[in-house]
Design a binder for this molecule. Structure first.
Ligand code: HEC
Length: 209
């Protein structure tokens, strides 16, 4: 009985940590004005944010999950044939090899290849992105990223809305994943109960109960 309670509590704590309050995810808070937070969280601005991204960021950054490529890569005719062959998701090793010149040129200018931003929202969250994009030096002293959005906080929030929209699966995919999660956990619970009952029967057969 005590063991049962112990395992139940352990399970609840485990799912609490993994799903509700992930202690492994970054928790440092970056402030942003309420009205810009609202924009950043609203998919409605994602389209405008994408335009802004292409204008202001695509010289240095790609969002490959969304088929947004570096301007230099875009200008390379190899891109089209790779897209025909692989679709949106060109394998990383192929991409690195075919566009080595473009990537190296950026590396020479900035000391490193500016990262692809497909998953930046998931990793950094809106507060960090908003503050970093507005003022890279303040958040990451010594960084070679120029403050291209300085003095344009509202447009920066729209860019964040775009990065958020890319990192999220479409709503129907989200529902499917939640459903899969529930079914998986349900399966384990039912299996657990069945195993427990079965164990009781075996113990009984062995005369230990
Ligand atoms: C002229 C090149 C250039 C442009 C334009 C540029 N970036 Fe960057 N960006 C960089 C470089 C270089 C880094 C790597 C910085 C570092 O690690 O020091 C970087 C890093 C980043 C990071 C990662 C920060 C981190 O904590 O690792 C984000 C997010 C980012 N840029 C967003 C943007 C967005 C959004 C835009 C457009 C509004 C943009 N950048 C425009 C060069 C650029």
């Amino acid at each position: 009985m005590i063991r049962g309670v112990f395992f139940a509590v352990l399970t609840v704590v485990f799912f609490y940590i993994v799903w509700i309050n992930n202690i492994f995810a970054p928790h440092k808070k970056y402030e942003m004005p309420k009205e810009h937070q609202k924009i950043a969280m609203d998919v409605k601005y994602a389209k405008e944010g994408k335009e802004l991204f292409i204008q202001n960021c695509a010289a240095c950054h790609s969002v490959r999950y969304d088929g947004v490529h570096l301007l230099s890569v875009q200008a390379n005719p190899m891109l089209k044939s790779l897209q025909e062959r692989y679709g949106k998701m060109i394998p990383n090793d192929v991409y690195q090899a075919v566009f080595a010149n473009e990537l190296n040129a950026l590396k020479e200018s900035f000391g490193k290849v500016p990262p692809d931003l497909s998953t930046s929202y998931l990793v950094k969250g809106e507060g960090y992105l908003y503050n970093f994009i507005l003022n890279p030096q303040e958040i990451l002293p010594g960084t070679t990223m120029p403050p291209v959005m300085a003095g344009r906080p509202e447009e920066t929030a729209k860019v964040v809305a775009y990065l958020k929209s890319v990192s999220e699966p479409p709503p129907e995919e989200k529902t499917k994943r939640t459903l899969m999660g529930v079914i998986t956990i349900g399966y384990f619970i039912i299996m657990g109960v069945l195993l427990w009952l079965w164990r009781g029967r075996i113990l009984k057969k062995m005369g230990l109960h």
